[in-house]
Design a protein around this ligand. Sequence first.
Ligand SMILES: C[S@@+](CC[C@H](N)C(=O)[O-])C[C@H]1O[C@@H](n2cnc3c(N)ncnc32)[C@H](O)[C@@H]1O
Length: 223
Amino acid sequence: MTPILKPDGRLHLCADMVRRGSRLADIGTDHGYLPIALCLEGKIPSALACDINPMPLKSAQENIARYGLSNKIQTRLSDGLKAVRPEETNDIAIAGMGGELIRDILASAEWVKDETKKLILQPMTHHEDLVLWLYENGFMITAQKAAFDEGKYYTALSACYTGEKRTHSLSFAVVGMLDLEEKVSRWFIRRCLQNYRNKSKGDPSFLRVVNDLEELLQRYEYQ
Ligand SMILES: C[S@@+](CC[C@H](N)C(=O)[O-])C[C@H]1O[C@@H](n2cnc3c(N)ncnc32)[C@H](O)[C@@H]1O
């Protein structure tokens, strides 16, 4: 049978970061594949699959029923984490949305500032803004990976609250916790570098991050 999540794919990165046995809340679940795959695998006993829109939620409900998981995965109409209670979850996944939207969802749920909660985030754009916000608000990035999926590069990261607020440079946030020994991470950074080269044509203040990323990549590629 074809696996629900592509091995090495974008959502697989997220699945790997979910803690075994945790109560997962998948925010913006759409098709529901992340909780379905994790419940089928037996990594988690149950999950909440949430979406702000009824249509994606219906599609999640249909998929959940198709895999016989209606007794394990509850669907819920929810704007971000607004309809989720803190005691219902310990791992929170927010994948496939822009980094700014993920940041806004987290900023509206003060209760995620809890050392026992794990955030699993997969921003499609502006991941660096999300990383900066996380550090400035007392979260620590605990892991970060990159993937090449259907012709595009993606990153996913996990974070937890420590209460220690930090300010970092934009260059630091672009790389985050990615391991540049891994080729796919270097390719992800190369794609970011290209974006910053384009941006720097209209705004020279981005030349700093262009230089930093070029220097960093060179260091890894010629060692
Ligand atoms: C592109 S899909 C991503 C689906 C899945 N998480 C993935 O990564 O493949 C984004 C989903 O987020 C939902 N969404 C957008 N804003 C949201 C919000 N504020 N709260 C909950 N869900 C939201 C959309 O309705 C849509 O189903």
